[in-house]
Design a protein around this ligand. Structure first.
Ligand SMILES: Nc1ncnc2c1ncn2[C@@H]1O[C@H](COP(=O)(O)OP(=O)(O)OP(=O)(O)O)[C@@H](O)[C@H]1O
Ligand SMILES: [Mg+2]
Length: 418
């Protein structure tokens, strides 16, 4: 049975555009919105079928993207070569076209009808354009002669604008997505490469250090003072190179997703004492008082002990490095109803300039100035600490004032959950 056309007038056009506008604002995928718009439009025109063909920019071919009506399935695999049929002609000229009787139109191609068995008699076809660039065409077909009027063509043209924009958006979204996937893959490959490289570099550096040790120990013969000094310089620099490579290895392993959380039950008090000893020794020779305290009774922890040690070490090490006089207060307390522990590291050191604060957790970032540089390091400690903290679902906050000191406050859940 032939579909009865709904009378088309200005109001129908406005109605279609209003519906389309509403659909575009919804959360429906673009393809569904376009399909609904086409279904609605072709119903109003009393068409037997409608399709949206997309232009391939490389070869100028048109392929069926959305097809509605009787022979929809067969049409999906058909491609029109450049200029073929009414759709090809409209794509080539960019001019909308109504064909009342295809038997009298020499641009009409029989090929599609022969492939599908459909008997096209009349067609209306409009180009899809965005900013003067052709994206494809929309066409409606009927088995009856003279089905479409110029008014129908106006209606089809009215939906072509927004539909073309949606097609373009969909293409842009796909491009961005594929770019994002490529970047993510490139990032992973880079991190894996860096992890392998740094790992490989550690072996020769360790061999150099081992041999310098043998020489300095006098095992291969007595050394004069100048030789000793020279070897000590080599030893110091090799040590720095090893530290750098080790930090780089840590960072790249985290970035490559190669670092796993190893959960164990432990009491923080033991770790706390161990670290206190370490840092007291590190401070000897400086006019800095170290105040290391446990403020509240601590709950047992069930998380990654080694990582907590590493996070804390990096932050306290900075406090020690950037404080020449005054105090460093390191305290731990149980907070948030015993769900989290909070560790505060407060120093009276050089402080961090306000405009540099947002960057301290980025790799290789160090505050400008000879002071920082004279204190060595490469600027990886905090970026590693922050990433490890993320792995344990912890967070860190920093307050600092130049010349007065800095306070780092880290909060970590007492029980790790993935
Ligand atoms: N307690 C602090 N007082 C003053 N500045 C700090 C403090 N902690 C960090 N900073 C600033 O943040 C920068 C980054 O710190 P980070 O620990 O990442 O690197 P680093 O200590 O310079 O080198 P590395 O840790 O790799 O040996 C430091 O160079 C310094 O400028
Ligand atoms: Mg550091």
């Amino acid at each position: 049975m032939k579909p009865e056309p709904i009378p088309v007038d200005r109001e129908s056009e406005v109605q279609i555009l209003a519906t389309l506008g509403e659909l575009m604002g919804s959360s429906m995928p673009f393809q569904e919105v376009i399909t609904m718009a086409m279904r609605f439009t072709s119903a109003m025109m009393g068409a037997d079928g409608s399709s949206l063909l997309l232009l391939d920019r490389k070869d100028g071919n048109l392929s069926f993207y959305i097809v509605l009506g009787e022979k929809a399935e067969q049409l999906r695999n058909i491609t029109l070569v450049q200029g073929e049929g009414i759709a090809g002609y409209v794509a080539a000229t960019g001019v909308p076209m109504v064909v009342s009787d295809v038997t009298r139109e020499h641009h009409f191609s029989q090929r599609v009808d022969q492939a599908t068995g459909f008997k096209t008699r009349s067609i209306a076809c409009v180009p899809l354009r965005v900013r003067d660039e052709l994206k494809g065409v929309i066409e409606v077909v009927s088995k009856r002669v003279g089905s479409f009027s110029d008014k129908d063509l106006d209606m089809l043209t009215a939906i072509a604008g927004p539909v073309a924009i949606m097609i373009d958006h969909a293409r842009l979204i796909n491009e961005v997505k594929s770019l994002h996937d490529k970047l993510e893959k490139a990032g992973r490959i880079k991190a894996e490469f860096l992890a392998t490289m740094t790992h490989e570099l550690r072996t020769p550096i360790n061999i150099i250090i081992g041999n310098l040790d043998i020489l300095l120990g006098g095992f291969l013969g007595e050394l004069n003072n100048r030789q000793k000094e020279s070897l000590k310089t080599a030893m110091r620099n090799s040590g720095e190179a090893l530290n750098l490579v080790t930090s780089l290895l840590d960072l790249s392993r985290i970035e490559a997703g190669q670092v796993v959380v190893r959960v164990e039950e432990f009491s923080l008090e033991d770790v706390w004492k161990e670290l206190e000893m370490l840092f007291r020794t590190g401070l000897s020779g400086k006019e800095v008082a170290l105040c290391w305290q446990v403020k509240t009774p601590l709950p047992g922890l069930k998380t990654d002990k080694i990582k907590i040690k590493e996070i804390l070490s990096n932050i306290v090490l900075n406090a020690v490095k950037f404080t020449d006089r005054g105090t460093i207060e390191v305290s731990v307390s149980s907070v948030e109803g015993g769900e989290q522990i909070e560790i505060e590291v407060k120093d009276t050191g050089v402080g961090i300039p306000e405009d540099f604060l947002p960057f301290i957790f980025e790799p290789f970032r160090q505050a400008e100035g000879s002071f920082t540089r004279s204190h060595g390091g490469v600027g990886l400690g905090l970026s590693i600490a922050k990433r490890l903290l993320n792995l344990l679902h912890g967070r860190v906050a920093v307050e600092s004032e130049v010349g007065k000191g800095s306070t780092f406050r880290i909060t970590i859940p007492i029980k790790y959950s993935a």
